[in-house]
Design a protein around this ligand. Structure first.
Ligand SMILES: Nc1ncnc2c1ncn2[C@@H]1O[C@H](COP(=O)(O)OP(=O)(O)OP(=O)(O)O)[C@@H](O)[C@H]1O
Length: 247
């Protein structure tokens, strides 16, 4: 994934100017940085949700409009269609793509078979817990077999227990599918735990402070996340983060 000369201003505030970034496909990438530095703006622009003032984003040489992408929003309550049962929410993107019903059913059954989903998918979203709703959102995002999956703070509205189990679930999905994932997180532990590479951003106008290699084995279980290597990476990231914040 190549980002070149990205520029974005809101009124007079320059968020990005001449921003470049190269990222490999097929990896889990997390984006972390100071408050308001433009993490969401970045993934909104590179996913095509928000126009950029200038710049270019290419995926394997192709433009975003030629790339199959999915997006998981922070606010799952507003992201799921409340008038559709969970299963019909998952059908929806395939329906929009014009996939015939029998083929849709086949693809969804295949997706569900890969994961241990203990959710009544015939239920309406409002009857499900927050974590269950966000799981449905993630399944809906995955059903189109995206080349890139964008996730903007997907667990920040969930409680601790649910967040832990969702992180585990997302790792399983990543290990099985090796879909390129781009996760915005304001939680440093999460940003390290869920990534092959952590993109650490500066204050505005935002640049890349450092791309930190997270060379830890998957899955990132308790042994990994409480181990010395994890702590050393966290210490390094925190050092760099404070350097940027205090500038
Ligand atoms: N639609 C908009 N109109 C005006 N300003 C905006 C808009 N969207 C974002 N901004 C501003 O751009 C800056 C970057 O916002 P963004 O939400 O991308 O940052 P962030 O790093 O994701 O923030 P946070 O750490 O709070 O999650 C902020 O100063 C924000 O106020």
């Amino acid at each position: 994934m190549t980002i070149r000369g990205l520029r974005k201003t809101f009124n007079d505030a320059v968020v990005y100017d001449g921003f470049d970034l190269d990222l490999p496909l097929g990896q889990f990438i997390s984006v972390f940085g100071p408050n308001g530095c433009g993490k969401s703006t970045l993934i909104n622009m590179i996913s095509g949700l928000m126009p950029m003032d200038a710049g270019e984003v290419l995926y394997d040489g192709q433009r975003i409009s030629e790339t199959r992408i999915s997006y998981v929003f922070q606010n799952y309550r507003e992201a799921l269609f409340p008038w559709l049962r969970a299963i019909d929410n998952i059908h929806y993107p395939l329906k929009v793509m014009g996939v015939p019903r029998a083929e849709r059913k086949r693809r969804i059954e295949k997706l569900l078979a890969e994961f241990e989903i203990r959710i009544d998918l015939n239920a309406y979203p409002y009857t499900l817990s927050g974590g269950q709703q966000q799981t449905v959102s993630i399944l809906r995002a995955l059903v189109t077999e995206p080349e890139v999956l964008f996730l903007d703070e997907p667990f920040s509205a969930l409680d601790y227990e649910m967040t832990m189990s969702m992180r585990e679930q997302l790792q399983k999905i990543f290990m099985k599918t090796k879909t390129t994932m781009l996760l915005v997180s304001h939680d440093l532990d999460e940003a390290i735990e869920q990534a092959d590479k952590l993109v650490l951003l500066t204050r505005r106008p935002t640049q890349v402070a450092e791309i930190v290699e997270i060379d830890l084995p998957w899955p990132r279980d308790l042994t990994v996340t409480t181990g010395d290597a994890f702590m050393a990476i966290k210490r390094h990231c925190l050092d760099r983060f404070w350097q940027e914040v205090k500038k």
